[in-house]
Design a protein around this ligand. Sequence first.
Ligand SMILES: *Cc1c(COP(=O)(O)O)cnc(C)c1O
Length: 386
Amino acid sequence: MSRIEKKIPFYDIGESYQELKSEIDSAVAKVLSSGWYILGKEVASFEEEFAEFIGTKYCVGTSNGLDALFLVLKAWGIGEGDEVIVPSNTYIATWLAVSYAGAKPIPVEPDIRTFNIDPALIEEKITKRTKAIIPVHLYGMPADMDPIMDLAEKYDLKVLEDSAQAHSAVYGNKKCGSLGTASAFSFYPGKNLGAFGDGGAITTNDRDLAEKVRCLSNYGSKIKYYNEYEGYNCRLDEIQAAILRAKLPYLDEWNRKRHLVAKEYYKIDNPKINLPYQGLQRENLQDDKICFVQPYSGIKSIPCWHQYVIMSEKRNDLQKYLNSLDIETMIHYPVPPHKQKAYSMMNNLSFPLAEQIAKQCLSLPINPFISNINLQYIINKIDASY
Ligand SMILES: *Cc1c(COP(=O)(O)O)cnc(C)c1O
């Protein structure tokens, strides 16, 4: 195998700019010369296009994913004294949104086969204070939503999907972001659909909720200088919306390329390494995508491969070894939320599966721009590490 010329980056976000440079430059220039930078045509058009793309009636742009989660909780009136069920295994932003609203995050362990919240473990955590469940489609694999929606109906709870890693992931015949009562997206640059700065959105079929989120995100005001609520400033801006509009038509093609990378990674042959979703039935679809059967409900799901996460008992050694061979990898995430200083009151709690994942997980480079030569190099080196 010929040696690569330079370090293989985990994800060079600038590459999506190079690929669409002329479209993005002209979209940005159009906004700059329009003289209108906040809540204008670009945001309104993006909201319409993204709602249609996800399959919901409404979309409201927000400043980022954390604010999108937070605004939905606030709009539902969730706060002090309330409990919200969250995965023990997630990026901390899911928890922070709950804390920020003044409520308490109640962690539930994952199904280790999917990394996502285990639907069988939720019911025992529901109390009189529980107001909502936030399933996260972690790494772009849809959480098993049907049993979660059934529980929500039984106990009259809201369901807020954290779709920050699940742009265009599919569950059954619907997209993530159209499955819960509402959903939050992030357009942080490294997400599958990324802005060139911060950005986010909520999607929902609930008109009143969409209106309230819109109002809260804009100082609690519907009519300028008249304020109905003690609101916030959490708006998506025109430049980012214009960039997202330029990128959205390429998202599915970029996701298809991620599937091709994932398919190659499934050729890794090393008994010391666990490849993701190994315990699930896997099927190759005609459009090059890979489909998995949810272990609990049996619903077919197509991830969007935000991350390709392997597990190894020798994770730290493996990462060092790959780094010495100029292969950059990442750890999503090294410390679960309940072990963070920020949640010191929960540090003594034990969530063994979340802790095991934090110790063993390693994310391999996956993005639409990896060359085949680099991909084969990574696979060969991982095989050789045995
Ligand atoms: C990125 C992310 C968020 C937060 O989004 P920001 O836009 O960075 O605020 C929330 N939840 C998950 C699971 C994420 O990956």
